[in-house]
Design a protein around this ligand. Structure first.
Ligand SMILES: Cc1cc2nc3c(=O)[nH]c(=O)nc-3n(C[C@H](O)[C@H](O)[C@H](O)COP(=O)(O)OP(=O)(O)OC[C@H]3O[C@@H](n4cnc5c(N)ncnc54)[C@H](O)[C@@H]3O)c2cc1C
Length: 392
């Protein structure tokens, strides 16, 4: 489930150029802004850079408040989208990036141990926002539980690790029918391949290599190797799962060895985003320890963005609060180039609304000063409803 909205900012206006339902596993809301740097900005950048360098990167949080924090790009939310954005933007060392994450670092063993997913989704209050919907009229007034990750890696740190891309037909609908440049299947496929290390094509060890003989083949036209996101077959597949697929086959249903190949239909076993038996969240994949050590990347955890700051209608920074020494402090970070909101399907629209981008009447009703009337927020989204049945 995901939405992508790209907002372009100039000195005069913020103009939404695209708003569509996209099942790409991420929500990216980007507000572009550009202007000439002042001397004060340059001084602040140096200050921020010096402090960033001095900081112990492994703590991933602010040792103390900075009087003024500045970066070329400010990314809000270190989830699936935010980790990729921060990693790619800071690559090469030319641009400085501040990545704000409301949750804590992803140091809990619960995150990295795949079988602990039940605890993460069901019980964790620190690593999960634990949302509930409003009473749903179509569900006899019941509320639905809506887990969302709240840590580095975001929902990819608590999710079920199933590696499934969106459908070719959906991308082609966006790319061709809706004429969204760059979103057709043929355009997105190279990016999927580049981000992936498909273990069926690239076994990680000699033992894996031997197992490779027994492994199912995979069509290399749809898969890549050498990328940061490790994709593999599950290590501990229940015999019941095999029986289930066999039973479907006996009934004449189509089966598949690859849900991300030429066709996505059929009964089969999922591949998972895991590495050496551990979760391969986007944080683990794209914010590796060497990436985290980049002097031009400043990751701030336990940092809740309150609103995007604007100069008229141009996004200029973010106001956020963070904990230091047991107390909460409010801080602003200035963006010289772009503010990129990657807060997920729930929090991104919320942050925009808190920032004054949304339906004029609604914002007026709740007392948020209007920056830009955008009735499409909150946006339409896809829901993935799951039915899980336990068999004793
Ligand atoms: C329980 C569960 C199981 C799932 N299973 C699968 C699966 O098996 N396969 C699959 O492909 N997908 C699965 N998904 C969906 C997938 O994980 C999400 O679609 C994807 O991670 C969304 O990425 P995102 O970047 O949009 O948001 P997220 O990954 O949720 O990231 C948003 C981040 O922004 C942070 N944030 C939010 N607001 C603020 C703020 N104001 N200030 C600072 N930080 C903020 C959040 O804490 C979070 O870290 C699952 C999701 C869940 C919750």
């Amino acid at each position: 489930m995901a939405l992508v909205l790209v907002a372009r900012g100039s000195e005069r206006n913020v103009e939404v150029s695209r708003a569509s339902d996209l099942d790409v596993g991420c929500v990216v809301v980007a507000a572009w802004c550009s202007r000439v740097l002042t001397e004060q900005d340059r001084a602040s950048i140096h200050l921020a850079k010096a402090r960033t360098k001095a900081k112990t990167k492994s703590t991933l949080s602010m040792a103390r408040p900075l009087s003024r924090l500045v970066a070329d790009y400010v990314v809000v939310g270190a989830g699936s989208a935010g980790c990729v954005m921060a990693s790619r933007l800071s690559q090469g060392g030319k641009a400085s990036v501040v990545l704000l994450e409301a949750g804590p670092p992803d140091s809990s063993a619960l995150i990295h141990t795949p079988m602990m997913i039940g605890t993460l989704v069901g019980h964790s209050k620190t690593l999960n926002w634990r949302y509930e919907t409003e009473p749903e009229p179509q569900l006899d007034g019941r509320r639905l539980y809506w887990p969302r990750g709240k840590t580095l890696g975001g929902s990819s740190s608590i999710n079920a690790m199933v590696y499934t891309r969106g459908q070719r037909e959906d991308y082609d609908h966006w790319g061709h029918d809706l004429q969204l440049d760059g979103w057709s299947y043929e355009h997105v496929l190279p990016f999927f391949k580049r981000s992936q290390n498909q273990e069926r094509l690239a076994p990680r060890s000699a033992a894996d290599s031997q197992q490779e003989q027994q492994r199912r083949a995979i069509d290399a036209r749809y898969h890549g190797t050498g990328g940061p996101l490790n994709v593999t077959d599950g290590r501990a597949v229940s015999p019941l799962s095999h029986k289930f697929v066999d039973a479907a086959q006996e009934l004449g249903c189509p089966t598949t060895d690859d849900f991300n190949g030429a066709s996505q239909g059929g009964f089969g076993l999922y591949q998972v985003t895991q590495i050496d038996g551990q979760r391969c969240s986007t944080s683990r994949a794209f914010l590796s320890s060497s990436v985290r050590q980049r002097p031009n990347l400043h990751i701030v955890t336990d940092a809740l963005a309150h609103r995007v700051l604007f100069d008229k209608t141009r996004a200029t920074g973010v106001e956020f609060s963070f904990s230091t020494g047991g107390s909460k402090q409010t801080q602003t970070v200035h963006a010289n180039r772009e503010v990129i909101v990657c807060g997920g399907a729930v929090n991104s629209p919320q942050l925009l609304q808190l920032s004054g981008i949304g339906d004029q009447q609604l914002l007026h009703r709740v007392g948020v000063p209007l920056v830009h009337h955008l009735p499409g927020i909150p946006l339409i989204r896809f829901d993935a409803l799951n039915l899980i049945r336990f068999i004793d």
